[in-house]
Design a protein around this ligand. Sequence first.
Ligand SMILES: Cc1cn([C@H]2C[C@H](O)[C@@H](COP(=O)(O)OP(=O)(O)OP(=O)(O)O)O2)c(=O)[nH]c1=O
Length: 196
Amino acid sequence: MTQTAPPRLILGSASPRRLELLAQIGLCPDALRPADIDETPQKAETPRDYVRRMALEKAEAIPLAEDEALLTADTTVAVGRRILGKPADRDEAAAFMRLMSGRRHRVLTAIALRHGGRSRVRLVETQVRMRPIDAAALDAYLDAGDWQGKAGGYAIQGAAAAFIPWIQGSFSAVVGLPLSETAAMLAAIGITGGTT
Ligand SMILES: Cc1cn([C@H]2C[C@H](O)[C@@H](COP(=O)(O)OP(=O)(O)OP(=O)(O)O)O2)c(=O)[nH]c1=O
């Protein structure tokens, strides 16, 4: 029996975190092809619908050859029905952190895999609790600038970990790529890493 070669893996992302997360499970993409799409939520769009649409739109926006498979992802923070994307500035980051302080929110990450004329999408939801953050701690956090480029204005893998006593779900999904689900989707099309 002849074995067909697995497709080349293309990571459709500019996020260094997603590249590092893939490397963690022994996967090194053959190419990086970031997508530049409009990330504005639609009117009355739910956070779950939004994050799925974003991952799919990234996947559809990137040119792809027949022997390639494209992985894209999108991460957003949801407080109730409210979508917290990447803060535009320090003030917005402060408002997001105040909203999350002392309560639970959800982090939604959708991954899309496009290959052979088909796109599949998977959504992973994680609950995160933040302890109450006082004004002095918030100022010090914001001054360090770690809120930039992060959904909701924080990174669980950074200094904001000090505010997070509890999560339920997937840590890697909060950082930007749910590794167990990603490995399973890639393995289904013949792409395996060191641990899969
Ligand atoms: C909540 C949270 C988000 N983030 C990051 C992951 C994502 O990079 C970012 C959310 O933005 P995304 O739009 O998902 O991704 P991106 O613009 O950084 O990269 P690309 O679209 O090219 O793939 O927030 C963390 O790193 N840690 C966290 O704890």
